[in-house]
Design a protein around this ligand. Structure first.
Ligand code: UDX
Length: 447
């Protein structure tokens, strides 16, 4: 099928590449000429495992093209996807300016019947606004054309997005017309094997489904972080508790890992946006507000542990920080807990030597050059001259470090483990002080 995708950000690029991979003819449109030019040369602006190879293959086969020419792209497509960003407004609601700008462009260029598919995460009711914006532009041109606006939210995890797109658990389609459903069924047929993964519903329910999924996952995380905080106070180990509850299929093993708080481009923004939508409709979403509040304080928790260990005397200390990205296998630092930690450490006069396998450039872009930050080329280099180690992101390569070496290089022999990747007993037996998240049983002498 002929597909157009507006937006070559994370969602647009992954969707475009995966649709082209199964043989659809995809044209991706972006207003950023430099980005489009780079993509045409095979330069992928984000780090996502497998994406570069998929884009290169589809580009070479002619199934995937990049352009800034919206009119030509719209002429090509029977399915027009909107996959542009919806950043938070000052009050936390989703900012729809980019989505509506694309809608207006579609209305200005459309010359045949089309199905407009919204993939951006948007508040309930946005499809109506998109429909109105397109209709207004068509009316201004004196044209009448049939078109549908469909909601088709994405559930892609950064770091595993290609796999999520290729092997989806479900494909949610919110549509008011059976023709639109049939077209999307056809589009997604290559990904819809073994059993029917299409969940067809009305547009508003599909829009809310996306927020509900992310809010539920964020709630699980904040819940476990709250249990971790209680565990610390009552002398229990949240890792034991996690294992004790995860085996109950009603609870499940996923998303019950306590840590340094959730970050990324989705959870923080979507929880806030859903709470604001509720508020605008006169409903106080107390649970969602609490999920957000717990997460905000959790992002400061590692620092609290550090401050407690050093009894506030942090000036002049040097911390090796392993991991800056909001999670492993990405270079994304949006709303990452590392940002909150570094800001707090710097405010006390401490220095940071940080290493992240992928996010160094992003860190340089965000923090710039500063004398209290050394961005290192390896985990080992970050340890040089450090007093303590802080693990913020659970990259695989941090899981089994050379502890003998750590004993020698870390002046204060203390490890702050923001993702509970080490065993407290083992670490303490080697002579380190160990702090994890919710590991209240710890025999650390400094507690
Ligand atoms: C999320 C959703 O999973 C995805 O379906 C949606 O489309 C976009 O948002 P993503 O933001 O890429 O994906 O990351 P995810 O793997 O969900 O992790 C989000 C954050 O939660 C990370 O900071 C991670 O460290 C944290 N997390 C996750 C925990 O703290 N504990 C957990 O148990 C799981």
């Amino acid at each position: 099928m002929n597909v157009v995708i507006f937006g070559t950000g994370y969602v647009g690029l992954v969707s475009g590449a995966c649709l082209a991979e199964v043989g659809h003819d995809v044209v991706c449109v972006d207003i950023d000429a430099a980005k489009v030019e780079g993509l045409n040369r095979g330069v992928i602006p984000i780090y996502e495992p497998g994406l570069e190879a998929t884009v290169a293959g589809c580009h070479a086969s002619g199934h995937l093209k990049f352009t800034t020419d919206a009119a030509a792209a719209i002429a090509h497509g029977e399915l027009i996807f909107i996959a542009v960003g919806t950043p938070p407004d000052e009050d936390g609601s989703a900012d729809l300016q980019y989505v509506l700008a694309v809608a207006r462009t579609i209305g200005q260029c459309l010359d045949k019947a089309a199905i407009v598919v919204n993939k951006s995460t948007v508040p309930v009711g946005t499809a109506d606004k998109v429909r109105d914006a397109i209709a207004a532009e068509l009316a201004a041109r004196g044209i009448e054309l049939p078109f549908d606006v469909v909601s088709n939210p994405e559930f892609l995890k950064e770091g595993d997005a290609i796999n999520d797109f290729m092997r989806p658990d479900r494909i949610v389609i919110g549509a008011d017309s059976s023709l639109a459903v049939e077209k999307l069924r056809h589009l997604y047929a290559p990904f819809n094997r073994n059993h029917d993964r299409l969940v067809v519903m009305d547009v508003r329910s599909a829009e809310l489904t996306k927020y509900a999924a992310n809010a539920m996952l964020a709630t699980k995380i904040s819940f476990m972080n709250e249990i971790a905080n209680i565990a610390e106070r009552v002398g229990a180990d949240v890792e034991m508790v996690r294992q004790g509850i995860g085996s109950d299929p009603r609870i499940g093993w996923h998303f019950i890992y306590p840590g340094a708080g959730y970050g990324g481009s989705c959870f923080p923004k979507d929880v806030q946006a859903l709470a604001r939508t509720a508020q605008q409709m006169g409903y106080d979403a107390r649970l969602l507000n609490a999920v957000e509040a717990v997460n905000e304080s959790q992002k400061g928790h590692l620092f609290e542990l550090i401050e407690r260990h050093y009894r506030g005397a942090l000036a002049g200390k040097t911390f090796a920080v392993w991991g800056l990205a909001f999670k492993p296998n990405t270079d994304d630092m949006r709303a990452a807990s590392s940002q909150a930690l570094l800001a707090k450490l710097w405010a006390t006069g401490a220095k940071v030597r940080a290493y992240d396998p992928e996010a160094r450039h992003e860190a340089r872009r965000i923090f710039g050059e500063r004398s209290d930050l050394e961005l290192c080329d390896s985990a080992q280099a970050a340890l040089q001259g450090a007093d303590a180690l802080v693990v913020v992101t659970e990259w695989k390569q941090f899981r089994s470090p050379d502890f003998l070496n750590l004993q020698i290089v870390l002046a204060d022999r203390v490890i702050f483990d923001g993702r509970n990747i080490y065993q407290p007993q083992e670490i303490e037996a080697m002579g380190f002080s160990y702090y994890g998240i919710g590991r209240g049983r710890s025999a650390s002498p400094n507690r």
